[in-house]
Design a protein around this ligand. Structure first.
Ligand SMILES: NC(=O)c1ccc[n+]([C@@H]2O[C@H](COP(=O)([O-])OP(=O)(O)OC[C@H]3O[C@@H](n4cnc5c(N)ncnc54)[C@H](O)[C@@H]3O)[C@@H](O)[C@H]2O)c1
Length: 361
């Protein structure tokens, strides 16, 4: 059983403010909402609908994901803390109007401490249904005042992070003339290819879906396709952009990676702690995943103010400066960028969160 209360010593283990178990037997809803920190504002993070093997597995996932959101939101410059929810079940067979609305009532019961959004297994149309029971829902369809597909600003943010990494390694913030390998050309990956081609980069891709590869080739016949991720990692690429699932960088892949930069959209790219050090030892610059993929959460957070694409895009452009700041801090403190990013996020949570101590009548 995961240790929900964690350690009282800051930074040694996840310490969550609140974990809520939600059940509605008739609709089959079994959900857990976790709030890691509300130091910067209400928690914001998506709802994952997934057939977890056990309640323990679901709890461990939501604790981990909500903590990740606190760090991501902090470095995205948002006034949001870290929250996340999981619904236990198969989204293909267990999802229903009643279940989503029951879930919405639990979100509403937190009275704005937690804002939800889409994640694996949930879509904007689902958020429209959840929003019939709660005011605290983002990621809604454009028809309902939402921002729509968050992959637009996610890919844009990854591209900004990659420009910052290129500047750090080659002295100029462009991918022109570089060879970029994109693993996974789904919603985010295929848009990233558009941006890279526009910038003048050569692009190599791989994807398990022929349809996804076909869509890219139709738009960019010059893009090279390799069989799988192993072939991509072994190929002569300057930048590796993991945009499929997590865990692409592990003890097997890091030693054979040719790229000088790793920068992609996938969450949790490092298979285990210590990989960031292995990358640094091989002189590979790693742009921390949660920093460069925050364009999506920036996009949905903007809905709370009444969605304005230009305002959200301007904020996502800031990912360039944040990534650059992390590389500078990493160099100054002699730590890998992943460690520098965590430190910067903790600094903002502490410096801004502390202000709540100033009493307002
Ligand atoms: N969509 C967003 O706004 C957003 C925001 C932040 C992070 N992310 C993360 O970015 C990643 C991509 O998200 P997405 O929305 O594009 O998802 P997606 O499902 O649309 O695309 C993923 C693509 O990866 C491919 N893929 C799966 N396994 C593969 C493998 N072993 N090798 C090669 N390709 C493989 C799939 O076929 C698919 O085309 C995910 O890890 C997601 O968590 C997405």
């Amino acid at each position: 059983m995961p240790n929900v209360f964690g350690s009282p010593h800051k930074g040694t283990e996840p310490r969550h403010e609140q974990v809520v178990f939600c059940q509605d037997e008739a609709s089959g809803l079994r959900a857990i909402i976790a709030l890691y920190s509300t130091a910067l504002g209400p928690g914001l993070g998506g709802t994952r609908f997934y057939p977890y093997g056990s309640e323990e597995e679901a709890l461990a996932d939501v604790l981990n994901l909500s903590r990740g959101m606190a760090y991501k939101n902090a470095l995205a410059g948002l006034d949001h803390g870290g929250g996340k929810a999981v619904i236990i079940g198969d989204p293909n067979t267990d999802k229903s109007e009643a279940l989503l609305r029951a879930y919405g009532r639990f979100v509403q019961s937190l009275n704005g401490r937690y804002y939800t959004a889409c994640d694996v297994g949930t879509y904007s149309e689902d958020m429209d249904i959840v929003a019939r029971e709660s005011r605290y829902v983002t990621g809604r369809t454009v028809a309902h005042g939402g921002a729509g597909d968050s992959s637009i600003l996610t890919s844009y943010g990854v591209y900004q992070g990659m420009r910052a990494a290129a500047e750090q390694v080659w002295g100029s913030p462009t991918l022109r003339g570089r060879r970029v390998g994109v693993e996974g050309v789904g919603k985010v990956g295929h848009r990233l290819v558009d941006l890279l081609r526009e910038d003048g980069a050569e692009v190599v891709i791989c994807d398990v879906s022929e349809a996804a590869v076909g869509r890219v080739l139709e738009r960019h016949p010059g893009v090279e396709v390799v069989a799988d991720n192993d072939a991509l990692i072994r190929s002569e690429i300057d930048v590796y952009a993991p945009c499929a699932l997590g865990g692409s960088l592990d003890d097997d892949t890091v030693p054979i990676l040719n790229a000088k930069i790793v920068c992609g959209a996938a969450n949790n790219q490092l298979a285990h702690p210590g990989i960031e050090k292995q990358l640094a030892d091989r002189d590979v610059l790693y742009a921390p995943d949660y920093v460069v993929n925050s364009g999506g959460v920036i996009q949905v957070a903007d809905e709370i103010e009444g969605f304005n694409f230009d305002r959200a895009k301007a904020r996502a452009t800031g990912i360039f400066d944040t990534t650059r700041q992390i590389f500078v801090l990493a160099a100054d403190e002699g730590v890998p960028p992943a460690v520098a990013a965590d430190r910067l996020a903790e600094q903002r949570m502490s410096a801004v969160g502390r202000l709540r101590g100033i009493w307002l009548s």
